[in-house]
Design a protein around this ligand. Structure first.
Ligand code: SF4
Ligand code: FES
Length: 286
């Protein structure tokens, strides 16, 4: 079969970039999408041209390295599948496909279809861990984990950090990713001591990286290849609200009342009321 590809080519982060059309013949339906791109790159190299840059590693839907937009859809048209797990049998002979990198300011384009997702690493480094004392391995059953908690933790831990949720979100929000990384520790007994600090620091890091705010549109969960549910965002918001009440000093500085505030004046010097003299009305002085 023959596939026509309009691929975003961009030399580096400073280059303006643009689409370039490639006609790829001799594609078989058994090829994965990335194998089809390998064929294109092999031909480009043989012609002395620059191959198309794209990320990949496991090519088994596990590592989260691959990912770009196919006709505007993160990871292409298959639900719950990465682009490395999408095969050419899902496309037709002569199809025209437009390939673009993730579009989000927090994911700057490195080259062509490859973007810098180190912002995700910094969110995890901000609190996506459980602190433990080093020493001998603890007894496996020292902390019992209820089965429902273990199941929920495993569901959230399925996030592979691909970034499709950010690419699908009109606000370029990383709420699904951040929520998943917070939830998979927050539902376990071992994750409780740092639960409040974790949600505060990881959500603050997501904001600092330039990801947008979640408005619960839900596109992220629709395209997520790992099937992460919106529930993790609700759980993150609830944890944040609770932590912001008990850890107010980390959430935001306490507002200082201006000196001219009448409330401040009365807090410092409560008004006194002199007892009324016979034949006079009550007066107030500070
Ligand atoms: S939540 Fe889903 S779409 Fe987002 S990074 Fe994790 S696996 Fe990818
Ligand atoms: S290359 Fe690892 S998930 Fe696609």
């Amino acid at each position: 079969m023959r596939i026509v590809l309009d691929i975003w080519r961009q030399r580096d982060a400073r280059d303006a970039g643009g689409f370039v059309r490639y006609d790829v013949g001799d594609v078989t339906e058994h090829m994965s999408f990335l194998e089809m791109l390998d064929v294109l790159n092999q031909r480009l190299v043989e012609r002395g041209e620059d191959p198309v840059a794209f990320d990949s590693d496991c090519r088994e839907g596990i590592c989260g390295m691959c990912g770009f937009l196919v006709n505007g859809e993160p990871h292409g048209p298959l639900p719950n599948a990465t682009i490395c797990q999408t095969h050419m049998r899902h496309f037709g002979d002569g199809d025209v496909l437009r390939l673009e990198p993730w579009r989000a300011s927090a994911f700057p384009v490195l080259k062509d279809l490859a973007v810098d997702r180190s912002a995700f690493d910094r969110i995890i480094a901000a609190g996506g861990y459980v602190s433990v004392r080093t020493g001998g391995a603890p007894e496996a059953n020292a902390i019992l984990v209820p089965k429902p908690a273990a199941d929920r933790a495993m569901e959230a831990a399925a996030c592979i950090g691909c970034g499709a949720c950010v690419a699908a979100c009109p606000n370029a929000s990383a709420a699904l990713f951040t929520g998943a990384k917070i939830a998979h520790l927050g539902v376990l007994p071992q994750g409780q001591p740092e639960r409040g600090a974790r949600v505060m620091s990881m959500s603050a890091q997501a904001r600092a990286e330039g990801f947008g705010h979640c408005t619960t549109i839900g596109e992220c969960a629709t395209v997520c290849p790992a099937g992460i549910k919106l529930e993790v965002i609700a759980r993150m918001n609830r944890d944040w609200l609770k932590a912001s009440l008990t850890r107010r000093e980390e959430a935001q500085p306490l507002a200082i009342a201006p000196r001219t505030s009448p409330m401040r004046f009365y807090e410092e010097a409560p008004p006194t009321v002199e007892p009324a003299k016979p034949g006079a009305s009550a007066t107030t002085k500070s």
